[in-house]
Design a protein around this ligand. Structure first.
Ligand SMILES: Cc1cc2nc3c(=O)[nH]c(=O)nc-3n(C[C@H](O)[C@H](O)[C@H](O)COP(=O)(O)OP(=O)(O)OC[C@H]3O[C@@H](n4cnc5c(N)ncnc54)[C@H](O)[C@@H]3O)c2cc1C
Length: 258
């Protein structure tokens, strides 16, 4: 299977609502041409802290303003914008690491209790194909685990209604799928919807985007970065997407000094 990553939700800035707020206070705001909705939301949230509109507005552009927020460590302002992604064809090993991120992330993942995994596919880890013996062992393990899954499901299904298994249909299915899924490997493909705010994403990119031995994580972090960087470059001026010698992506973080 190949990984599929889509951006399915993005922030909107209601400029009319904000301009009426400014008008009420007899303030004006010099907008930076070309700034995107998330970039303007962050700038506005930052300016509200100091009411730096009208005569109090410095000549800084939106990009310069946000750069300064990041440099000063005033990153809570970046929490006002979030994006929603759909990730498919990723491994459960990867999502187990992803869902450890508690602050500023929300997740909705395919359930192995509601969804039958008899036809599940598996995500082949990078480097496995470098050894024929390793690849063969992995493929055999995948086939075996899928066979075992089906045998467990079929065998328990036959016990439907017997003592201890006389559950309502929905709970019976949950029970037998729970038993069967226990033999599925970390490589099992999954689908997950992820919402994360810009600050949380920056933290994620910083700690997850450059681990040499974790190719799946780097590839997904790199793809997510590419998406949000295109949407709001001013929020990620200290990150760049580069390639390792093998062509896989790596995120470089260079903390802002000026
Ligand atoms: C190279 C690497 C190796 C790892 N190895 C292991 C491992 O062997 N075993 C393992 O269990 N995990 C491991 N992890 C996972 C790691 O410990 C974190 O659980 C995961 O990376 C999420 O990071 P986080 O807590 O910084 O992120 P988030 O949960 O998103 O939190 C973001 C930030 O918010 C703050 N924060 C969040 N919650 C709290 C809190 N309760 N109290 C105070 N501050 C808080 C912290 O500043 C935190 O950095 C590893 C991660 C990496 C990158």
């Amino acid at each position: 299977v190949s990984v599929r990553i889509s951006l399915i939700g993005r922030p909107q800035f209601d400029i009319d609502a904000f301009l009426s707020f400014l008008l009420e206070g007899q303030m004006d705001w010099h907008r930076s041409p070309g700034a995107t909705a998330p970039e303007e939301i962050v700038e506005v949230a930052g300016r509200i802290c100091y009411m730096s509109f009208g005569s109090k507005q410095s000549p800084r552009s939106n990009t310069g303003y946000i750069r300064n927020l990041i440099k000063q460590g005033h990153e809570s302002v970046l929490e006002h914008v979030s994006w929603t992604f759909l990730l498919a064809g990723v491994s459960r090993a990867f999502t187990h690491q992803l869902v450890r991120h508690r602050a500023g992330f929300s997740f909705s993942q395919l359930s192995q209790q509601y969804h039958e995994e008899t036809e599940a596919t598996f995500v082949q880890p990078a480097h496995l194909a470098k050894s024929h013996r390793a690849l063969q062992a992995w493929q055999e393990a995948m086939v075996k685990s899928q066979e075992s899954y089906r045998v467990i499901l079929d065998s328990l299904n036959e016990l439907n209604g017997s003592p201890g298994m006389d559950l309502q249909q929905k709970e019976f299915k949950r029970a037998i799928r729970s038993a069967a899924r226990s033999v599925l490997p970390n490589a099992t493909e999954t689908t997950i919807v992820v919402t994360a705010n810009a600050r949380a994403l920056r933290h994620f990119f910083g700690i997850r985007g450059s681990i040499p031995g974790d190719v799946e994580m780097r590839e997904i972090a790199g793809a997510l970065f590419g998406l949000v960087e295109g949407e709001a470059p001013s929020l990620f001026p200290d990150f760049s997407l580069e390639r390792l010698a093998d062509g896989t992506p790596v995120l470089k973080h260079l903390p802002l000094t000026e």
